[in-house]
Design a protein around this ligand. Structure first.
Ligand SMILES: [Zn+2]
Length: 252
């Protein structure tokens, strides 16, 4: 009798263990991905359009998860909606930056100071809401000048990035100037600092995001704007002279 009971308990134990393992593996499958994503935001590029140029093949293309936050592409063609990373204030400034890249930014700023410069963070993170307000203000200005609603929006988009299309919303783009300025319009950046920034930002995982020779790809020339992409990608993009648009396209 006691033997029978023992056997029954053993069978029950095995069954319970199997059930626990099944539940555990299901739970792991259902676990959310570690990358925070805003509602409906696809962090990778849409599929390549038919007939688009085939990107060059690189033997040394790093193996990485292109949908990870460091490679988030933001531009007029790739609106990130209300994407909002966790940000923290950049010490000594009124600007914020993605917490995951803040140490790298501080190291870059310190390196600039060590090199004898006095870098000024003009702006880091800019939220969807702030971007919307800036855009709306510009639209209103054109409406007041007698533009139609459609024309006002078009004209505004040429001056202020539409909400969801500014790289500053990613929390990974930052404008670093050689000195304080109230506004960027007409601002002349010190050529020595611009050259220093471009060359040295790579060491800290940043790239010059809008260099002059990439205007045809990015549509902008902003020598003060650097973007965090992590050390591996920064190195590769710099070595092969690739804009972020071109780099991300290699993984499609
Ligand atoms: Zn910028």
């Amino acid at each position: 009798m006691a033997k029978k009971q023992e056997r029954r308990i053993a069978v029950l134990l095995v069954l319970a263990l199997a059930l626990a393992m099944l539940v555990f593996s299901r739970a792991r499958e259902a676990a959310p991905r570690p990358t925070p994503r805003a509602d409906g935001v696809e962090l990778i590029l849409p599929p390549r359009e038919a007939g688009a140029e085939t990107p060059q093949v690189y033997d040394d293309l790093p193996e990485l998860d292109i949908s990870s936050w460091e490679y988030l592409l933001v531009n007029q063609a790739h609106n990130i909606g209300r994407y909002a990373p966790e940000v923290e204030q950049i010490a000594g400034t009124s600007s914020y930056f993605d917490v995951r890249a803040l140490d790298a930014l501080n190291a870059l700023l310190q390196a600039a100071r060590d090199a004898g410069y006095t870098p000024h963070v003009y702006v880091g993170y800019r939220s969807y809401v702030i971007q919307s307000q800036q855009f709306d203000r510009q639209v209103t200005e054109f409406l007041n000048q007698g533009y139609s609603e459609l024309d006002a929006e078009k004209a505004a988009a040429e001056i202020v990035a539409e909400p969801g299309t500014s790289e500053h919303q990613s929390g990974l783009g930052v404008d670093i100037l050689d000195r304080y300025t109230e506004t960027l319009s007409g601002f002349e950046m010190d050529a020595n600092f611009a050259a220093w920034l471009r060359e040295n930002c790579v060491t800290y995982g940043f790239v010059a995001r809008y260099p002059e020779e990439k205007i045809s790809v990015t549509g902008r020339y902003e020598p003060w704007h650097v973007r965090y992409v992590g050390a591996v990608a920064a190195q590769f993009m710099t070595e092969h002279d690739l804009a972020l648009e071109e780099f991300v396209a290699l993984y499609r």
